[in-house]
Design a protein around this ligand. Structure first.
Ligand code: SAM
Length: 200
């Protein structure tokens, strides 16, 4: 039994791209109530799984969790680095959602900003690194960054930012998303051919 229906989105995307492996190191940002973590612990039985959320998250065997933790906070980013202990991360997940303001354009921009924060955790260049000692973590060579955005005017710009670090960017819209939702997920293996899959 999954704690949320969003589990089925991740299962569906993984069914297609098979990036959750037995020994994957995974970080799931915005993990509460924990259904993606549940999926991850089923798939990556030999790896390392870390979840982060603003909310309190009940324990999940096989995953470590940083509850009550805002990923935009530098101290939280340091704790992420401590937990990962130089492991290279194979899969970076973000299903974060800011509290909706009711204005779609604003919500879109706020979610893109959160995704950028996650992106910078592993891609910050020397100049923009805020943390002494470097990035919060490194993504592995064939690492995947799967992040949810709500579609809107900044999608193209965000994608082009990502394309400086990833050679493949795919846009996926899981069937499990509600019909009216503007949710899109990006999943980007390093150094492979570009393919875009956008299901209506
Ligand atoms: N994937 C999760 C699951 O399957 O259980 C559902 C995630 S839910 C849609 C979005 C989560 O993002 C919320 O729990 C929220 O607290 C979290 N979130 C939003 N902003 C955040 C931030 N700045 N730092 C950490 N988590 C955040």
């Amino acid at each position: 039994n999954y704690r949320a229906r969003s589990a089925f989105k991740l299962l569906e995307i993984d069914e297609k791209f098979k990036f959750l492996r037995k020994d994957s190191t995974i970080i799931d940002i915005g993990c509460a109530p924990g259904s993606w973590l549940q999926v991850c612990t089923q798939k990556s039985t030999n790896g390392y799984i870390l979840g982060v959320d603003l909310q309190n998250v009940l324990p999940i065997p096989g995953a470590e969790i940083l509850s009550l933790s805002d990923v935009t906070n530098l101290e939280v980013q340091r704790r992420i680095r401590e937990k990962l202990q130089n492991r290279k991360v194979d899969v970076v997940l973000s299903d974060m959602a800011p509290n909706p303001t009711g204005d779609n354009a604003t919500d879109h921009l706020r979610l893109i900003e959160l995704c950028r924060t996650v992106f910078r955790l592993f891609s910050g260049n020397e100049k923009e690194k805020e943390m002494e000692g470097g990035n919060a973590f490194e993504i592995s060579k064939n690492g995947v960054f799967l992040c949810k955005i709500w579609d809107g005017s900044s999608r193209a710009k965000f994608l082009s930012e990502l394309s400086s670090h990833f050679s493949t960017i795919r846009t996926v819209k899981p069937i499990a998303c509600r019909d009216n939702s503007a949710e899109l997920f990006f999943d980007m293996p390093w150094r492979t051919a570009v393919k875009v899959a956008l299901a209506a």
